[in-house]
Each structure stands twice: as structure tokens, then as C-alpha cells.
Design a protein around this ligand. Structure first.
Ligand code: ZN
Length: 144
């Protein structure tokens, strides 16, 4: 009897250990998940902060800032190219292509003031536009 009692105790304590271990494992899985989530939040904050820092230190000589400045310039050139191909202009704020005569961006809602577009005197090569809204555009242009 004594023997079986001891065996029974051992089994009980062994299974308790197993369930403790299982709980530990699931706790650590949950913790790892939470840590990963928090790190993602941290990354977003770092990114926001970095962007703010860049905005207020645009002219600095720091190599990262120079790199960002060059990338920003390249991206806006490319956006201008895309906009040109699509017969529009890029929103200076978000880069979305908007119609040439648009007064605001239909993506980010920025209002345009024509002075923000540094356009050189544009050659009027868009006479026979193939764009869908060319009828609308033509009605405003009086050609001779
Ligand atoms: Zn925009």
C-alpha cells in the first residue's frame, strides 16, 4: 500500500511539473509575442521621430540626412516623371498624380497654390491629348 501511495504521489507531482512547464512555455510564447508587438510599436515611434528630426534638420551635413535628402529629391523627380507620363502633376506633399488644373490633391487633400510648383515655362505639347477628360480640358483652352 505504502508503495502504491508513493508511486501515486510521484505521478501526481510529475504531471504537475509537466503542466507547470506547459504553462511556462505558453507564458513565454505570449511574452515573446508581446515583446515583438512592442518592438514594432517602438519602430514606428523611432520612424516618426526620425522623420520629425529630418524635417527640422534638412540642411544638416550628417551623412544620413544627406542620404535622405538625395533620396527625397530622386523620388520627387521620379514622381514628376510618372505624373508627366500620366499627363498630370505630382502632389508636392504625398506625390500622388493629380490633374494639371487641379487645385487640391484628391489623395491627401493638400490645397495647391500654383507657386508651390516650380515649373519652368511649360511648352504646350498637349494639344491632342488622348486623356479621357480631354474634352473638359479643351473647353477651357481657347486655341487659335
Ligand atoms: Zn497629396
Amino acid at each position: 500500500m505504502d508503495f502504491f501511495d508513493k508511486i501515486g504521489d510521484r505521478i501526481v507531482s510529475a504531471s504537475r511539473e509537466v503542466s507547470d512547464m506547459a504553462r511556462d512555455v505558453s507564458d513565454s510564447t505570449k511574452l515573446s509575442y508581446d515583446i515583438r508587438k512592442k518592438k514594432q510599436d517602438l519602430d514606428v515611434l523611432y520612424k516618426d521621430l526620425g522623420k520629425k528630426y529630418y524635417e527640422s534638420n534638412k540642411d544638416a551635413d550628417d551623412s544620413k540626412i544627406v542620404e535622405i535628402r538625395e533620396l527625397v529629391a530622386t523620388i520627387s523627380e521620379m514622381e514628376a516623371q510618372v505624373a508627366g507620363i500620366r499627363g498630370g502633376k505630382p502632389c508636392p506633399k504625398c506625390g500622388a498624380v493629380v490633374p494639371m488644373d487641379s487645385g487640391y490633391c484628391n489623395k491627401c487633400g493638400s490645397k495647391f497654390d500654383d507657386s508651390i510648383f516650380e515649373e519652368e515655362d511649360e511648352e504646350k505639347t498637349v494639344d491632342e491629348g488622348e486623356s479621357e477628360d480631354s474634352a473638359e480640358a479643351e473647353s477651357e483652352t481657347t486655341e487659335e
